[in-house]
Design a protein around this ligand. Structure first.
Ligand code: GLU
Length: 459
């Protein structure tokens, strides 16, 4: 595990160590030993699989493409996590992301462990035929370690339904007669996917924010007023005003989250900015998000980049540099792009009062500490972006039973599951001195440790 997650796991375990009621049956130095064992178990992945996929490209050349499948932990169930296609993929990153999956699933009581895959390519540089060959090869190379009860991949950055459909197709060919619907999640609905999976991560990201600011704080306002932490103040001061929001990232997750914010009738939101890999669009009076979603759907996922394209999209906005979105004077900034977006070089320029991690690990450790000390409320990735894996779990159940839920049923179950987590986490957060991130980690680590202990794996 990269030092960032390992360090937080270590600190979370230290906090648990101070809680005498935890593992209280262990005496005479055994409790200390159990904690040392926990750190080593949770800080290292079970397996790191690496291959160089040999691909005959459509242009006639043969290339070797590095690919990974990391299986961090299966304490709670089969390994689970996406496969990322991105040129910056590397082993450390995949290991770190796989450990976040373990913690995310534990936090939301999803009966899966943590895994992650990656292929070092920029998918935009390959033809559909090449990408199909890469997906097929990925399954062939890793076929011994994946499967519906072993390790269940899903989409991540750079992959989607099309890739999962191809991969499941190859899994089915390699294993005739075996259950295959549960081997991959995030498939198209026609191919055994779940209704609602496509927008589930984005919806979950916005729901986390909305639930904290509206449902939770409104219900608990008087109770919260006694707890005067900087974080509580941010939330209390903000929730019933009109809020300005910005979304860094307008892909599958960002656009769904922004659309939900736009349509939300509980909070008075105004989405003043969105960005993608090319530009930031800014509009003080609020952007027309449905028009932008329509435009990106038709234009390879890209937001309008100039006056002409804005005109074609029928959207009024100012065009700013891509990075500018991070430094706007707004209430809430949603980071829904990639990791390490806020770091030591730009952290001092962040003005948003609340930062929501829709992507995995978008804030470095140093920046996290800096922003927290500056009074920014950070809603962490493992809490906010679990909608995708939760609906993947529903897809897996539906595939096993070959009985499919309506979209309404999927979202009802999604919100119910997330609410259960929030109602566990938010009261603890407001009644102790820990950040929301650390509170979530403590919940996850507590769950994993308890299971390990109950299964006789800690003495
Ligand atoms: N890639 C998504 C995540 O990071 C979804 C994983 C899944 O559905 O298994 O949570």
């Amino acid at each position: 595990m990269e030092s960032r997650t390992a360090a937080i796991v270590q600190r979370s375990l230290n906090a648990l160590f101070d809680d005498d009621s935890f593992l209280c049956d262990l005496h005479n130095g055994k409790r200390e030993k159990a904690f040392t064992s926990l750190v080593s178990i949770l800080s290292t992945p079970n397996h790191v699989h690496k291959s160089f996929l040999r691909i005959a490209l459509e242009d006639g050349s043969v290339v070797r493409i590095p690919a990974y499948r990391v299986q961090h932990n299966n304490i709670l169930g089969p390994y689970k996590g996406g496969i990322r296609f991105h040129e910056s993929v590397n082993e450390d990153e995949v290991v770190n992301l796989s450990s976040l999956m373990t913690l995310k699933n534990a936090l939301h009581e999803v009966p899966f462990g943590g895994g992650k895959g990656g292929v070092v390519i920029n998918p935009r540089n390959y033809t559909a035929k090449d990408l199909h060959a890469i997906c097929v090869k990925y399954v062939q190379y890793f076929t011994k370690v994946i499967g519906p009860n072993e390790d269940i991949p899903a989409p991540d950055v750079g992959t989607g339904e099309r890739e999962m459909d191809w991969m499941m197709g190859e899994f089915k060919s390699i294993h005739p007669g075996r259950d295959y619907l549960g081997s991959f999640t995030g498939k198209s609905v026609e191919n055994g996917g779940s209704l609602g999976r496509r927008t589930s991560t984005g919806k979950g990201v916005y729901f986390t924010f909305r639930y904290l600011l509206h449902d939770f704080v409104k219900e608990q306002k008087s109770w919260l007023e006694d707890r005067k932490s900087a974080d509580a103040h941010t939330v209390l001061e903000t929730y019933d005003q009109s809020l300005t929001l910005a979304f860094q990232g307008f892909g599958n997750v960002g656009s769904a989250a922004a659309l939900n914010a736009y349509q939300c009738s509980h909070i008075n939101n105004k989405i003043v900015a969105v960005s993608d890999r090319n530009v930031t669009l800014y509009q003080q009076d609020g952007l027309d998000i449905p028009a932008l979603v329509k435009y990106t759907d038709k234009n390879n996922g890209d937001l309008p980049r100039n006056a002409e394209e804005l005109h074609a999209a029928q959207v009024q906005a100012e065009i700013l540099e891509r990075e500018d979105i991070l430094y706007l004077n707004i209430d809430a900034l949603f980071l829904v792009a990639l990791e390490n977006q806020i770091h030591s070089d730009n952290m001092e320029k962040i003005k948003a009062k609340i930062v929501v991690e829709g992507a995995n690990a978008p804030i470095t450790n140093e920046a996290d500490e800096y922003l927290t000390n500056a009074g920014t409320l950070i809603i962490p990735d493992i809490l906010a972006n679990a909608g995708g894996v939760i609906v993947s779990y529903f897809e897996w159940i539906q595939g096993k039973e070959t009985q499919f839920f309506t979209e309404e049923e999927v979202f009802r179950r999604l919100y119910e599951k997330m609410k259960k987590t929030f109602d566990n986490v938010f009261p603890t957060f407001f009644s102790n001195a820990y950040t929301l991130r650390k509170t979530c980690y403590i919940h996850s680590v507590l769950k994993l440790s308890t299971i390990l202990y109950r299964q006789g794996k800690l003495y």
